[in-house]
Ligand binder design. Structure first.
Ligand code: HEM
Length: 495
């Protein structure tokens, strides 16, 4: 997520004992007097509850950690995370307040803007955010994505033929990351396989390495390496943007070829004849944010689906029945096929409910915000929300530890869960714009996995454990032993 999406652990960066910085910050943000502050304690100076939360994330007990606070103080409480006073908000009503309040702006670590770019949409607010996000969302809407199913299908088959077929064991997470990167490279950046795509993939991999590192721009730090890799990626993307512009001007390509061509072609003004809607910097920064937000998150969803399905032959068989049997060998999926994969998507939703890739995210209060219960979030404080708290609430999801995709059956879901109960993709004006793309690539990938392979978790007793690092990471990348149940037509995809 990037995304910055917040991701909690992003902020691990701030945890470095940069005591001076934190000390300054903590004195500046002392709770103002005479407000109806939420219950709870700000904890020890500087550190607050940060180390305790990070420890829980590492041990994969962070859900319990948050629930303990909620049991003690209720759904609204104060604490101190990563050097700043924070209000933890939990539950559907609180999620709604976080997503819809204009007084709560996104908050990302400064290091993220340095690496991803200051015009990326996570940094933008108001009209700028609406303009840039609107442009991206137009490209990622279902009416556009339906024409790319064939391209995603080709990437998935090529990947499975080259990296899964003929293997006895594979580590799932690293392979899923390669696959989702390939999908983004082709669909969003319009890069054919070859030298440029490989150089860009290498630069991105280096860039992501330091994304959550301590933001020290000194020789030999991970952060410095990440900044340099970001500059390399930026140069390659700038050349790509120029090439796409030239191709469009000469009539050799169409705006719908890929996201970059689309963004380059947009003009402001009613007739569309005005200035470019997005600057070159905005196109580059937002291409990078899509990669950062869209590649690990989707790979984690696919990996945890594989993990659950290893122990659930009944669901696997039902998924096979749903679509795989009706396609001939080598026949590509269509948008209509994907739309029929309802059970598979319910399995994905249940996986996202139990293991949301984005653990949580921060907002900052632009002014004092009074909540429904009368508590006040003072201006300058941060707000933290975490999907898992809502997703594991037994009052919303009966028997929440049970993996039960039928809860997402349309009627059952409508009857049971109040709005803002399923928030793996966030909500409101900043809801994930890549949600539909994530759905299509997940369904296409699961179709081919289920059609061609069966798998068992392997390599000792660790296979079923994971840590949040900050994204959920299964031990050893989730190694599985494969059985090949139907051959993949490698010939046409191995080139
Ligand atoms: C399973 C896959 C994914 C999950 C679970 C996920 C989750 C999320 C969440 C929770 C947010 C909102 C964070 C907040 O409100 O603080 C978000 C935002 C975002 N996501 Fe995704 N995402 C996924 C895939 C993607 C993909 C494939 C893309 C790329 C096209 C993408 C691009 C973005 C962007 C650009 C934002 C920021 C939106 C804004 O600030 O307006 N995501 N995502």
């Amino acid at each position: 997520m990037a995304l910055a999406v917040v991701v909690v652990a992003l902020l691990v960066a701030f945890l470095t004992p940069l005591a001076v910085y934190l000390a300054g910050r903590s004195t500046r943000t002392k709770p103002p007097p005479r407000r109806n502050l939420p219950p709870g304690s700000l904890g020890l100076p500087l550190v607050g509850q940060s180390l305790s939360l990070l420890r829980a994330m590492r041990r994969n007990t962070a859900e319990r950690w948050l629930q303990d606070r909620i049991d003690r103080y209720g759904p609204v409480s104060k604490l101190s995370l990563f050097g700043a006073p924070t209000v933890l908000l939990a539950g559907p009503a609180a999620n709604k307040a976080v997503f819809l309040s204009e007084a709560l702006a996104p908050k990302q670590p400064r290091s993220l803007a340095a690496i991803i770019g200051r015009r990326n949409m996570l940094e933008l607010v108001g009209d700028d955010h609406r303009r840039v996000r609107g442009a991206l969302a137009q490209f990622l809407r279902p009416e556009m994505l339906r024409r790319y199913v064939g391209r995603i299908d080709g990437e998935v088959r090529r990947h499975l033929a080259g990296r899964w077929a003929g293997r006895r064991t594979v580590a799932v997470l690293p392979l899923m990351k390669l696959l989702t990167l390939d999908v983004i490279a082709t669909l969003l950046f319009g890069l054919a396989r070859g030298a440029v795509r490989e150089r860009l993939a290498a630069a991105f991999a280096d860039m992501l390495e330091g994304l959550w590192a301590v933001p020290l721009d000194l020789p030999f730090t991970a952060f410095r390496r990440s900044l340099r890799a970001s500059a390399r990626a930026r140069r390659l993307l700038a050349a790509t943007v120029r090439e796409k512009k030239a191709n469009l001007e000469q009539g050799e390509s169409s705006p719908s070829d890929d996201l970059i061509s689309y963004l380059v072609s947009l003009r402001d003004g009613d007739g569309g004849g005005g200035r470019p809607l997005l600057t070159e910097e905005e196109i580059i920064d937002n291409s990078i944010v899509c990669l950062t937000a869209g590649h690990d998150t989707s790979a984690i969803l696919l990996t945890f689906m594989v993990r659950h399905l290893a122990d659930d032959p009944a669901i696997l068989a039902a998924m096979h029945e749903e679509i795989a049997r009706s396609k001939r060998d080598g026949e590509a999926l269509t948008w209509e096929d994907v739309a029929r994969m309802k059970l598979t998507w319910r399995v994905a939703q249940e996986t996202l409910r139990m293991v949301p890739p984005v653990f949580g995210s921060f907002r900052r209060a632009l002014e004092d915000v009074e909540l429904d219960g009368g508590y006040v979030i003072p201006k300058g404080w941060q707000v933290f929300w975490a999907p898992c708290v809502t997703h594991m609430d037994p009052a919303i999801y009966h028997d929440p530890d049970k993996f039960d995709p039928s809860r997402f059956d349309a009627q059952a879901a409508a009857a049971a869960a109040p709005p803002y109960s399923f928030v793996a993709f966030g909500g409101g004006p900043r809801i994930c714009p890549g949600m539909e793309l994530a759905r299509v690539e997940t369904l296409v990938t699961m179709h081919y996995l289920v059609r061609h392979f069966r798998w068992r978790l392997c390599c000792g007793g660790e296979e079923n454990t994971f840590v949040r690092d900050p994204l959920p990471s299964p031990a050893n990348g989730l190694p599985v032993e494969l059985d090949h149940i139907a051959p993949l037509r490698c010939d046409e995809f191995n080139s």
